[in-house]
Unconditional design. Structure first.
Length: 326
């Protein structure tokens, strides 16, 4: 896949997403869609609980589809990916299942909870500075790494696997009019939007970003991909320095906009999920509910994708006491 970073990603046909669903049988769970009852709120808010996947996040879908599509011959030398934690777990989980080696390139600020999970799954961890890690996402390659590279965002097979979430949402709630999706690089939101737009063209899909790392919102405002001043935070599963150029046309065409929330709003959403639903969400996973609670999306039936629950226990404890982790 080296050199593919400059090629724009084409829209994913519904047929590819349905094929991905077949490939994922026995790998990814069909996660529940549950109603969140809130007082004083006129709209219905529903939660798509991807934090209940075997690895605690939706990434098992994209990784599983990409690896099954690649086939044994391509995977014979193992696999590698670049990930802050969740895609790493998705690739490592599937690699262990297939009995092949897995290497994960992680940024130096990757959370310990996710690193420990990668290790448990048998993944070899290569820690690099954030800027060097970001270059791997841009270049789709890391010199010296062996095996088949799986991009965490701009791999059509990964996006198709993510799109299976959209099919499940509309099967369970056919009249959903708004879907809110955490936005890291666009692989999840564009996958879901590909399915939703094909099945229910009137429904809207929004990206959900955090104020400390919102390159899609900045790019939409400028009308072209823009680099931003990225600030690390406890919301480590979404956001980056810029839009990946190959994802920009797809995201701009499929998504209805970006809803940006504060760290405080995301922390409040984490507390609400824990208190009301007994659901543990990481910062990225709660970004969708933070946007819904802020009234930013509109809509009558809103689905919030809770993308993952892999949060460090000490950070969760700090948030539950009403504070923000450092």
């Amino acid at each position: 896949m080296e050199g593919s970073a400059t090629k724009a990603i084409e829209p994913i046909p519904l047929s590819e997403i349905r094929t991905a669903r077949e490939r994922l049988a026995g790998i990814a769970l069909r996660t529940p869609l549950v109603r969140l009852e809130l007082e004083g709120v006129s709209e219905e808010i529903w939660l798509k609980l991807e934090n209940l996947q075997p690895i605690g996040s939706f990434k098992i879908r994209g990784a599983g589809n990409a690896m099954r599509k690649a086939g044994p011959e391509s995977l014979a030398g193992g696999v590698y990916t670049a990930s802050a934690g969740n895609m790493a777990q998705g690739v490592a989980w599937n690699a262990r299942r297939l009995g092949i080696p897995c290497t994960v390139i992680v940024p130096e600020n990757a959370p310990e909870t996710k690193l420990a999970a990668i290790g448990r799954l048998g993944g070899h961890i290569l820690r690099v500075p954030f800027d060097r890690w970001w270059r791997v996402l841009q270049e789709h390659h890391y010199p010296g790494a062996e095996g088949f590279f799986i991009h965490p965002v701009s791999d059509p097979a990964v996006i198709a696997g993510n799109g299976t979430i959209g099919i499940e949402i509309l099967e369970d709630l056919p009249d959903a009019d708004t879907v809110l999706v955490p936005f890291g690089g666009g692989g999840l939101s564009c996958g879901i939007a590909s399915a939703v737009r094909a099945v229910s063209p009137a429904a809207r899909v929004f990206a959900c970003e955090v104020e400390t790392a919102a390159p899609f919102a900045a790019s939409l405002a400028a009308g072209a991909p823009r680099e931003i001043a990225y600030r690390p935070s406890f919301v480590d599963g979404i956001g980056g320095k810029s839009m990946l150029p190959e994802m920009w046309p797809l995201a701009r065409g499929l998504l209805s906009g970006s809803l940006v929330t504060t760290l405080e709003e995301i922390a409040a959403a984490i507390r609400l999920l824990a208190a009301r639903q007994r659901v543990i969400a990481e910062g990225a996973g709660a970004a969708s509910l933070a946007a819904a609670r802020g009234g930013k999306a509109g809509g009558a039936k809103i689905v919030c994708v809770v993308s993952g629950g892999n949060i460090d226990p000490d950070k969760l404890a700090t948030i539950l006491t009403g504070q923000l982790p450092e």
